[in-house]
Design a protein around this ligand. Sequence first.
Ligand code: BG6
Length: 522
Amino acid sequence: MQTEVKVAGTADGQAANPLREGLATNRITDPCTIVFFGAAGDLTKRMLMPAMWNLRLEDILPTNYGIVGFSRTPYSNDEFRAQMKASIDQFSRSGPAKDPLWSDFARHATYVNGDFTDRGAFKKLRAQLDANDKQLGTAHNRLYYLSTPPSIFATIIQQLSDAGLGPKDQAEGWSRVVIEKPFGTDLDSARALQAEVSKVFDERQTYRIDHYLGKEPVQDIMALRFANMIFEPIWNRRYVDCILITAAETVGVERRGGYYDHAGALRDMIQNHVINLFALVAMEPPISPSADHIRDEKFKVLSAVRPIKAEEVAKMTARGQYGAGIIDAKQVPSYRQEPDVDPNSSTETYAAAKFLIDNWRWADVPFYLRSGKRLARKYSEIAVTFRQIPLRIFGELGDRIESNTLVMKIQPEEGVSLRFNAKVPGPKMHIRAVTMDFNYGTGFGVTTAPAYERLIGDAMRGDATLFTRWDAVERAWELVMPALECWTSTRDDDFPNYAAGTQGPANADTLLTSDGREWRKI
Ligand code: BG6
């Protein structure tokens, strides 16, 4: 079904690189209309519209496509198009949208204004979709992208069904739904949402987005593990001492205090992004690259993760909240002073947890996960720390023989580095740790496309590999629930317990030092 198109230029206008020679890119062949619910929202402006534009620039969008914005903001078609242009001009990696391509792109976009509870608005949507099929040749294929507040997801899905826009109502074409995170706010609400979704869309038609899975270096975790011979034989308890997974940010809650104060770091980052990284690094080799074979392995390994018992929460997890501090040489306020945050809030802006996996590969190897806002640096990585050498025969007195560490760097740097020991040149046998570094940008000569470009393209193509299947979402909730229940029912009187711009709270250090280990410096 897919047309092979030779790689020419890229949206960044970058020159060809020999490492990419002979590669083909895939234009999506199925015609389709994509409907953005929450079209006036921040995510649409910053990420989704620039992503659609770059998919067009890169010739990935199908020849017949339509874009429909749906939200409560009363735009006309032209006002919506002007909004789209402003978003692209401000946020697109390829710079401002230019004619003649822009005018052609804008011609494919229309807007439906209405309340999500209003049946009439969904009738208008239906009329617009029918018009697209006739005028743009979109062949009854529909991708519904829900980027509204999560409390409205179930309503939209029900309305689609009532308006005859669900997949079961279709004589021709397909319908799929893309659902932004968070999928539920705890295990019960996630199950309730899933019950609503599954009345209308079956699992093959449901794309639960976790934008971390669209990041190139995250996809490369599988390539590193399963397209090389040298790593997999040592990827187990015999050689690995521990694995550290970090997603650190310097931003605070920005304008999202209202949402974040009811979420916290455990729900916002650990339950989804960080646990997805955990699954990818720990899973067994899938038997094929198909979406279900990969997702089977992710679910299998998450099923083997030992749940933290309620009475172990204090020992196995750490939580923190930032106080005022300095980021990039500027004074920033404490979390409790952020807009729309309760001045007495007990919500965590930092969460860490230690997990063990009860299977043959990983028995007794700790996985330490952490994520926080207003930390010293924005950086996400997975560090695999290997065991100590069994016997020291080299090295002068005082030389420290470090453990080998393999680091998968996710952002801002994207690459892989391996730390190993080497002899310092000279007559003595001094040993020092050195680093071998690979960087995707310089290696392949491209700036990687933002995650949303990849994920929207995949959903239009019907490739669910990089979307989270319900079983894994449910399991991830099960894993965080003991800490969530404890943290929501008990205040931490030490909050705020780390200053903005630092390494995070001291109790997170204890999580590792009590095992004789340390976090890597943020
Ligand atoms: C989102 C969270 O899912 O991920 C945000 O809701 C967080 O709170 C963001 O800032 C981090 O994404 P990235 O791609 O900047 O690491």
